[in-house]
Write a protein that binds this ligand. Sequence first.
Ligand code: NGO
Length: 535
Amino acid sequence: MRRHHSTTPRLTRVLGSLLLVAAAGAFSVGAAPAPRAAEPAPLDRVVPAPASVEPGGAPYRITAATRVRVDGAAGFSVRRVAAYLAGILRPSTGYRLPLTEQGEGGIRLRLAKGSFGPEGYRLNSAPDGVTITASAPAGLFHGVQTLRQLLPAAVERGTVQPGPWTVAGGTIEDHPRYAYRGAMLDVSRHFFTVGQVKRYIDQLALYKINELHLHLSDDQGWRIAVDSWPRLASYGGSTEVGGGAGGHYTKADYREIVRYAATRYVELVPEIDMPGHTNAALASYARLNCDGTAPPLYTGTQVGFSSLCVNKPVTYDFVDDVIRELAALTPGRYLHIGGDEAHSTSHADYVTFMDRVQPLVAKYGKTVIGWHQLTGATPAKGALAQYWGLDGTGAAEKEQVAAAARNGTGLVLSPADRVYLDMKYTKDTPLGLSWAGLVEVKRSYDWDPGTYLPGAPASAVRGVEAPLWSETLTRSSDIEYMAFPRLPGVAELGWSPAATHGWDAYKVRLAAQGPRWDALGITYYRSPQVPWPTG
Ligand code: NGO
């Protein structure tokens, strides 16, 4: 890769930026903070690493005259991405950045036929403009995320900053390695509001994550309104770990999360965990219990003690109703049925249950995802299994999953001692758990999804997902502290070609994200493994 160094005299740049600051009207020249270094960020300082980077030519500079251009024929989605980009740039640059169909140059977003795939894009930067080209709006959106990272970190601030707003010259061609690049949020152990979920979605979008798996039910709380079984949410959702008030999403709330996620090109994957992890449901309806007696609500953190009653017909009426209502709220392709840690269900009952429940998911037009224990039953055709074992998980269990993969079951990889974001970084991490081990930043990044599971064909791997379980988490800053800086590494494993992989280069790109998180108000763990910029 060639690297371009600008020849623009530094003095001209500095004077220029002062003039721009004055033009923006927010600072008097004397009081303006020192302009940032005039050298733009190198074109390859992006997370996840783009598929190909060809630096070259002079940089582009956003000025008070810059416009955001779309083609006259551009549809609603392209205009929405353009408006989203302008909405990011306006507060910090102080420029108007009008959307226009006219003229030349500026920042142009265009759809074109090409071999970009559904999510890929090309970003070209030269003195007369930056053009992002894709064959679908999702690609433009991902290109916009790349453009953000090529601008100074201060672009992410909510108030006018001095700039200059320079983008290195050259061309990036980019598309994802895997179609499934997920994050999971456990809203059951502690409930998180619609606003908190949206905030996380915005953070996922920064790193081109395109699936948000919401763990909507567990022993401690049922978090989604089901009209045909209203006590699930009203009673089963009324508490959480530690005995707090809990909460649930109304259907309108949930639709709002789905709608918002779609504007960030994130697909929602709702999970109802069954047949274990069901105490909240069993507490809400006595008739779901084999002995007809409802247990009390549960606010501890044990697992494996609850089970739906596999041999009662009402169980399948219940599951049918829940899946029907949830599928109706879900434009996405997948419905996650859990299936982990069914320690209170016999193996025979587990198989019976999964044989009856998977067809219900298909009946309502969705594809099954289950935790990898599903491979101990018979995964439905087209189902995905989510592997959450450890490097040290026994060969027999790994082989069960690999055999299913050879037989057509797709895999989403979430090895717990790599990408469980709720694992502590070190023994001193104030939040999180450590049952799978301590997971520092390098460990979470340094593995290859393509070869991770012995005996599983690489073609079975659909992608990766970083789960965040919330036994110890109550606030957005808690979510962020555990997710950052590990989440971007998982995103890179999902997006970037294996050939770009390497900790030594990655840690430098990751370090450059720190000032962005500062600018965005994202809390993060300042891992000593990462060479954060000082000052
Ligand atoms: C396990 C368990 C969850 C816990 C989590 C904590 C899976 C799939 N089941 O992961 O109930 O919350 O660990 O790390």
